[in-house]
Design a protein around this ligand. Structure first.
Ligand code: HEC
Length: 151
């Protein structure tokens, strides 16, 4: 079971040749989203499965904890994470959530009903990127959403 789950591939991207998606990805970089949602990582040595070692992956995450401000805090420490810290979730597969699990919501407790709401909840270390997102023109926000949906 462990072997099977560890070797499941992330869902393939969609709409890669769509100019709106491409523009959205540029805006995602420019707004500083990639500071935490890092497009590229390489895996280390996997202790059990050599096939998973030294692989280039596109998780759109740094897999690290960040202080996301009081709005997202639940005030509960969790091992080394304080009640304000959350791990950057990988964004691969994000665009399929609407279809596979409509109504599931986004963020750690599902409070965000839309992708835009999820971004607007970013505070703390994510506040600068949130403000850049808010300053985008409506059509640029649409492009950024199209990019997120392509993941
Ligand atoms: C300082 C690091 C940081 C930056 C910068 C950042 N994020 Fe996030 N992002 C996070 C963390 C941490 C979470 C999870 C928060 C939670 O679950 O409460 C998150 C969650 C999300 C989610 C919800 C994912 C899900 O599966 O529920 C989306 C969408 C998202 N970010 C998009 C963006 C966009 C777009 C930008 C740029 C405007 C951005 N983020 C900038 C750290 C960051």
């Amino acid at each position: 079971m462990h072997f099977y789950l560890a070797h499941l591939a992330p869902p393939p991207r969609r709409g890669l040749d769509n100019p709106e998606v491409q523009r959205g990805e540029r805006l995602f970089n420019e707004a500083g989203c990639t500071q935490c949602h890092r497009p590229h990582l390489s895996t280390g040595q996997h202790p059990l499965y050599p096939l998973l070692s030294a692989r280039q992956i596109e998780p759109y995450s740094d897999l690290l904890l960040h202080d996301m401000g009081p709005g997202l805090a639940d005030g509960r420490d969790d091992y080394l994470a304080t009640g304000r810290e959350w791990r950057t979730p990988p964004l691969w597969g994000l665009g399929l959530i609407e279809r596979i699990n409509p109504g599931a919501g986004y963020l750690h407790d599902g409070r965000a009903r839309t992708l835009e709401e999820a971004v607007l909840w970013h505070g703390g270390e994510g506040a600068v990127a949130r403000e850049r997102f808010k300053a985008l023109l409506a059509e640029d926000r649409r492009a950024l959403r199209a990019f997120l949906r392509s993941l």
